[in-house]
Design a protein around this ligand. Structure first.
Ligand SMILES: [Zn+2]
Length: 780
C-alpha cells in the first residue's frame, strides 16, 4: 500500500531558501528527488565542507534522498559520511546544522544515513570512551606484557623481473622514499611498545640488520618477501603471483601474520600516502584504512569478533590520538582524513584486527615540512603507541613518561680519595598526559668504558655517589611508571684525576638538545629544501637518501623515476645519517680524562644547579653543537657573572649568528661575519695544524651544514687582546677567535679568556686533536 504523506522540501541555493509543500508517494518522491535537485546537491556540498574532507582525496558527499515530514528530516547519502569518525558531539552538531539548513531552525528531528547505514551506529568504542561521559572504570594499567603486535614499515626494494633490476616501490621525493621513511616511525613505536612490555614482530628486516642483501644494500632496505625467505618461511606465504614479486611483497605480509603460531593482538601496516595538494600550505594529513571482509569473504575475525566494528575501532583509536596530539602540539592545522573502509590486501588478508595507517602524504610539501622534523616523528609515533595502548587497555591506561632532558653531576667534596658527588635530574612533564608522570627512575652508571651498572630509585630526583679518583664516570637516567620505561636521558660524565691535590675543574655544559628538519624556501615558481641544508636528526636516521633536485612547482609526476616537483637523488640510500647523539659530555670527557683534567658536567637546563665560581671551575666548556639557539638570556647572565669574576669560557657553535650581538661582542669578543664559511671543510690553525670539518650527512660523526665566519669586534682588535685561533682555508677568514685579558677582582689580579669557534668541534674529523688544542688555550 502506498502511504500518502505530506512533505516539505527545501532547496538551498545561493543562501536563499525556497520552501515548497508537496504531497507525494514516497516511491515517486524518491525517484523525482534522485533525478535532479539543486537542493540536494547544495546540501551535499555543505555536508562535504562540514567533514573537512577535500574532493582532491575523497569522493564528494552526494545526497541521494531527502525526506521531510513535519519536523522529521531523513537524509540518505553516498558512502563518504561513513568515513567520518563519528561521536555523540559531532553527530548532535551536524544534526542541528542539517535542521537549520532544511527547516530554518535547529530543532528538527534528523536522521542521516550513509550507504543505508545510520551514522549513529558508526560510533566506535573509541569515540564513546573519548567523547562520552568520563569513566574511572576500566584497566588503568599501561602494561602490554603478553601482547603480540605486528607493526611493519611499508614497501622496500623488490626485484622487478621485467626490468631485471631491484627497484623501490615508491617515488624518491623530498630527500626520502616511503620504502625507508616508514621505518623511522616503526622504529620509534616498536621501542615504545616494547618498553611497555609488548612483543613487536615484523615481516621486514629491522634496522639492526646490517647484513647486505642481494642488491648490495642492507637487508632493512628490502621488502618483506625477501626477509620471509631469509627466515625460511614456507613458499606458500611469499610465492603467490607467479613471479610478480611486487604483488607477492604486498600479500605475503598478511599471509605471514595468519601463519604465525602466536596470538596476534593487532596488525598495523605503516605507510605514507602519495596525495599532493600542489601547494605549500594544505596539509593532506592522516588516513586510516580497514577492510570489512577478509580474503575468504568472512565478516568476522579468527576470534569471532565482528571484523568491521573491530577494525574500525582500532582505526579510530590510532587516528583520533594522532590528530588530537599533532593538533595540540606541532601543527594545529593538521588534517584528519577518512576512517576508510576499502579493499587493500594488507588490511584484508590478516584475520586479526588490522589497519593500514597512512601517517601523512610523502608527495605533499606541506606534510613533509613536518615529516622531515624528528620532533614531529617522535610525537606522531608516541601518539600511535598511545592509540594502540588505549585500544588494548582502555582510555585510562597509564602512558609511559617522556625522557628526562636535564641532569647534572656535581662533585661536592673532591678532597677524599673517594670523592662525593650528587647526580640530580628533572622529570619532563607531558602537557598532553597527566598519567605520564614518572614514579621511579633507572640510573645507569658506567666506569671508564666498562659495563653499565643500573639501579632503581623511587620518590627522589637525586642520588649521592662516591667517585673513585682516576676513573671516568658516565651517567644517564630513564624515567618509568606503570606504563613502562621512557627513552633514555642525555649522557653526562664526571672525572677526578688521580693527583694528590684537588685541582680546579672544568665544567662541561651540554647545551645541544635540539633536533630539527632541514630549511626550506618557497616562491611562486620554485620551492623545496634549501640546497646543502640538512636536518639535525635525533641519533641515527635511516631515511635520508639524497638531495632534492627538482624545485619546479609545475613539474608533474610522470613515473616514479621522473616524479616531478620534489624529486631527489638516491645516492645516500641504505646508509644512516647521524645527528644529535646526546652524549657530548662523555665525548669531551674522554679527552679531558686523557689530559688528566678533572671535570663535572650537566645539561644546559641543569646549569642553575651549579655555582659558577672561577675558584671552582677554571673553565666552562659550553657545548652548543648544532643548537639553533645556543644560549638563553638566563644563561647569558650566569656566564657574564662568571666571566666578570675572572672565569674562562670555551664555546663552539654553527649558530653564532643567533647569539645576542651586544652580549657576544662584550663577553665572547667576537662577532658573526659571514655564512657558508667553507666548502672544503679545511681549517688551519696556528703552527699549521690542519683539521677537516665534516659537512655532509654520514653515519659516523656529527656534521655541520652552517659553519660561520667570526671576526673580532673592532674595539677588541685595537686593544690587541684577541687572536685569530683558526682559519677557514678556502675562505681565508677566521674560524675561531681567542681573547686573553687580566682584570682586578677583589683587589686580586685574575686572568680571563674566551675561545669561540664558528663550527661545532664535534664535527671535526679528529675531534680529540682540535679539542686538546682548544683546551691548551686556557691557563689552569
Ligand atoms: Zn605505501
Amino acid at each position: 500500500m502506498i502511504e500518502m504523506m505530506k512533505m516539505k522540501m527545501m532547496n538551498i541555493c545561493n543562501n536563499r531558501i525556497v520552501v515548497r509543500w508537496i504531497v507525494f508517494s514516497s516511491f515517486i518522491f524518491h525517484l523525482s528527488i534522485c533525478s535532479a535537485s539543486i537542493g540536494m546537491q547544495a546540501l551535499g556540498d555543505s555536508l562535504m565542507t562540514w567533514t573537512g574532507f577535500s574532493p582532491d582525496w575523497c569522493p564528494r558527499v552526494r545526497v541521494k534522498n531527502l525526506r521531510v515530514n513535519g519536523n522529521n528530516i531523513t537524509v540518505y547519502t553516498n558512502g563518504t559520511l561513513k568515513d567520518v569518525s563519528w561521536n555523540q558531539n559531532n553527530i548532535a552538531q551536524l544534526k542541528r546544522k542539517v535542521s537549520r539548513w532544511v527547516l530554518g531552525h535547529g530543532n528538527g528531528n534528523v536522521s542521516i544515513y550513509s550507504t543505508n547505514i545510520d551514522i549513529e551506529t558508526l560510533v566506535t568504542e573509541c569515540a564513546k570512551a573519548v567523547y562520552g561521559p568520563k569513566s574511572s572504570a576500566g584497566n588503568r594499567s599501561g602494561d602490554l606484557t603478553e601482547r603480540n603486535i605486528v607493526l611493519y614499515p611499508s614497501h622496500g626494494l623488490y626485484f622487478n623481473r621485467e626490468r631485471d633490476e631491484w627497484i623501490w616501490q615508491r617515488a624518491a621525493l623530498w630527500t626520502t622514499v616511503e620504502d625507508l621513511y616508514t621505518h623511522e616511525y616503526v622504529r620509534l613505536v616498536s621501542r615504545m611498545l616494547e618498553n611497555a612490555g609488548a612483543t613487536v614482530i615484523m615481516p621486514r628486516a629491522g634496522l639492526d640488520r646490517h647484513e647486505l642483501g642481494v642488491s648490495g644494500m642492507p637487508q632493512w632496505t628490502e621488502g618483506a618477501r625477501y626477509w620471509l625467505i631469509d627466515q625460511k618461511n614456507d613458499s606458500a606465504i611469499w610465492n603467490l603471483y607467479d613471479g610478480d614479486e611486487y604483488k607477492d611483497d604486498m600479500k605475503c605480509r598478511g599471509m605471514w601474520v595468519n601463519a604465525l603460531d602466536i596470538p596476534v593482538d593487532l596488525c598495523i601496516a605503516l605507510h605514507t600516502d602519495g596525495q599532493d595538494s600542489g601547494n605549500d600550505s594544505t596539509i593532506i594529513g592522516t588516513l586510516v584504512i580497514y577492510t570489512a571482509k577478509d580474503d575468504s569473504g568472512h565478516v568476522v575475525l579468527r576470534d569471532g569478533r565482528d571484523r568491521e566494528k573491530t577494525n574500525r575501532n582500532l582505526a579510530d583509536w590510532i587516528q583520533t590520538q594522532m590528530t588530537n596530539d599533532i593538533r595540540r602540539t606541532i601543527a594545529p592545522e593538521w588534517t584528519r582524513r577518512q576512517l576508510r573502509e576499502a579493499n587493500y590486501c594488507e588490511s584484508r588478508v590478516p584475520v586479526v584486527p588490522s589497519i593500514i595507517l597512512e601517517v601523512l602524504s610523502h608527495k605533499n610539501f606541506a606534510d613533509m615540512k613536518y615529516g622531515l622534523d624528528p620532533k614531529f616523528r617522535f610525537m606522531a609515533s608516541r601518539a600511535i603507541y598511545k592509540g594502540i595502548l588505549r585500544y588494548l587497555n582502555g582510555i585510562n591506561a597509564v602512558v609511559q613518561p617522556l625522557p628526562v632532558q636535564d641532569l647534572g653531576v656535581r662533585i661536592t667534596d673532591g678532597n677524599a680519595q673517594t670523592a662525593k658527588a650528587i647526580l640530580r635530574w628533572k622529570p619532563t612533564l607531558d602537557s598532553l598526559e597527566s598519567s605520564a608522570s614518572p614514579t621511579y627512575y633507572m640510573i645507569y652508571i658506567q666506569e671508564n668504558d666498562g659495563e653499565w651498572d643500573v639501579q632503581q630509585v623511587e620518590n627522589t630526583t637525586e642520588i649521592e655517589l662516591g667517585l673513585k679518583r682516576g676513573i671516568q664516570y658516565n651517567f644517564y637516567v630513564v624515567a618509568g611508571n606503570e606504563g613502562g620505561l621512557g627513552f633514555p636521558s642525555p649522557m653526562i660524565s664526571a672525572y677526578l684525576n688521580d693527583a694528590e691535590i684537588n685541582d680546579q675543574m672544568v665544567l662541561v655544559v651540554d647545551a645541544f638538545n635540539d633536533t630539527y628538519g632541514p630549511q626550506w624556501f618557497a616562491d611562486s615558481t620554485y620551492a623545496g629544501i634549501v640546497p646543502d641544508s640538512y636536518a639535525c636528526e635525533d641519533g641515527l636516521y635511516c631515511a635520508y637518501i639524497g638531495a632534492q633536485w627538482d624545485y619546479t612547482r609545475t613539474h608533474k609526476w610522470i613515473n616514479d623515476d621522473n616524479c616531478g616537483w620534489g624529486a631527489c637523488y638516491r645516492d645516500h640510500a641504505g646508509r644512516f645519517t647521524v645527528g644529535n647523539t646526546r652524549d657530548w659530555s662523555v665525548l669531551h670527557g674522554h679527552v679531558l680524562r686523557k689530559m688528566r683534567k678533572s671535570y663535572m658536567s650537566c645539561t644546559v637546563g641543569m646549569l642553575d644547579d651549579f655555582d659558577l665560581q672561577p675558584a671552582t671551575f677554571y673553565l666552562v666548556d659550553y657545548v652548543c653543537g648544532r643548537q639553533r639557539h645556543p644560549i638563553s638570556s638566563d644563561n647569558r647572565q650566569r656566564i657574564s657573572g662568571y666571566l666578570d669574576a675572572g672565569g674562562q669560557l670555551l664555546m663552539s657553535t654553527d649558530h653564532f649568528s643567533a647569539i645576542d650581538k651586544v652580549w657576544a661582542g662584550k663577553y665572547l669578543h667576537a662577532k658573526y661575519h659571514a655564512a657558508n664559511a667553507t666548502r672544503s671543510g679545511r681549517i688551519n690553525s696556528p703552527r699549521h695544524r690542519l683539521y677537516q670539518l665534516i659537512l655532509e650527512p654520514n653515519e659516523e660523526q656529527l656534521f655541520t651544514c652552517t659553519p660561520e665566519v667570526l671576526m673580532p669586534p673592532v674595539s677588541a682588535t685595537k686593544e690587541g687582546k684577541t687572536v685569530v685561533y683558526a682559519n677557514y682555508e678556502d675562505m681565508r677568514c677566521p674560524a675561531a677567535i681567542g681573547w686573553k685579558d687580566s682584570k682586578t677582582v677583589n683587589n686580586e689580579t685574575v686572568s680571563t679568556s674566551t675561545l669561540v669557534y664558528g663550527f661545532p668541534l664535534e664535527a671535526v674529523q679528529d675531534f680529540e686533536k682540535i679539542y686538546r688544542h682548544a683546551i691548551e688555550w686556557f691557563k689552569q
